[in-house]
Design a protein around this ligand. Structure first.
Ligand SMILES: Nc1ncnc2c1ncn2[C@@H]1O[C@H](COP(=O)(O)OP(=O)(O)OP(=O)(O)O)[C@@H](O)[C@H]1O
Length: 246
């Protein structure tokens, strides 16, 4: 579905990401892990079309074999910071992606409002971002991304600010929604439990320069995952990360 070929990202003379290629399939949730600073966010930002202007990227991408440039209407992106507009209410922020995509304001409102209870945001539709907790803000940003009809989802540490129970709830919610409506999802996370529980594939990045060093499939359906099998995969991932950070 989405294919990246030979992506290199430079900051002046420094190479941040080098010659990175990957393919994301529809109906697949891929987690991207790697040490801090290895270039995970830079890759995702490039795919979202929001790479900082001082960075220079070379590389190509296709969707279903057709060359694309970013930003692209088939791609929805949740950045690491919630980036809610402080002058818009929670509901208005959550509607933004839909409205930019051309949806009528009332229809966008109805679609996001239906999801407020599942996101623990009910009663906060008219609150402004500075009236929300960090976790609520992150859920509002997640909502803004997930309601879009985009075929590709890019989620950069979408649950990092959530408490443990809410995080588990949102992880399950996302896995269920992706099962109902397959998309190609790429999720950056530092949490190996989250990665092995949710993903059907984990990509490992190394730094200096940023590159992919492993592609680990997790072929089991999430309902059938045994703790023993997942613990084995986590140990393998942990060893890789330790090697990359030592
Ligand atoms: N605008 C920029 N100009 C110069 N260097 C940058 C810029 N943005 C990021 N970098 C550098 O690029 C490298 C990769 O950063 P990036 O945010 O992609 O890493 P990351 O793997 O997502 O890290 P983390 O896990 O901590 O979020 C880092 O060394 C960072 O300092």
């Amino acid at each position: 579905m989405l294919e990246v070929q030979a992506l290199t990202i430079r900051a002046g003379a420094d190479t941040l990401v080098k010659d990175l290629s990957l393919r994301l399939e529809e109906g697949s949730l891929t987690c991207l892990i790697g040490p801090s600073g290895c270039g995970k966010s830079s890759l995702v930002k490039w795919l979202a079309g929001v790479l900082a202007p001082d960075l220079h990227a070379e590389g190509a991408a296709t969707i279903d074999g057709t060359p694309v440039t970013f930003p692209h209407r088939d791609i929805a992106y949740q950045p690491q910071q919630d980036t809610l507009f402080p002058w818009l209410t929670t509901a208005e922020n959550a509607c933004l992606g839909l409205e930019i995509g051309g949806m009528d304001r009332r229809a966008a409102r109805d679609r996001v409002k239906a999801l407020f209870p599942a996101f623990g945001l009910e009663g906060h539709e008219e609150s402004f971002p500075d009236q929300l907790s960090g976790g609520m803000r992150q859920r509002a940003a997640f909502l803004r991304t997930i309601v879009q009809d985009a075929r590709v989802l890019l989620l950069d540490e979408p649950f990092s600010a959530l408490d443990a129970v809410t995080r588990l709830h949102m992880q399950d919610w996302l896995v269920e929604r992706l099962a109902e409506r397959p998309r190609a999802a790429l999720m950056v996370t530092h949490d190996l439990f989250e990665a092995t529980q949710m993903a059907d594939r984990v990509l490992v990045m190394a730094s200096g320069p940023g590159r992919l060093v492993a592609d680990i499939p997790i072929p089991m359906p999430s309902a059938e995952r045994s703790e023993t099998a997942l613990a084995e995969i986590r140990s393998k991932l942990k060893l890789m990360l330790l090697k990359e950070t030592s």
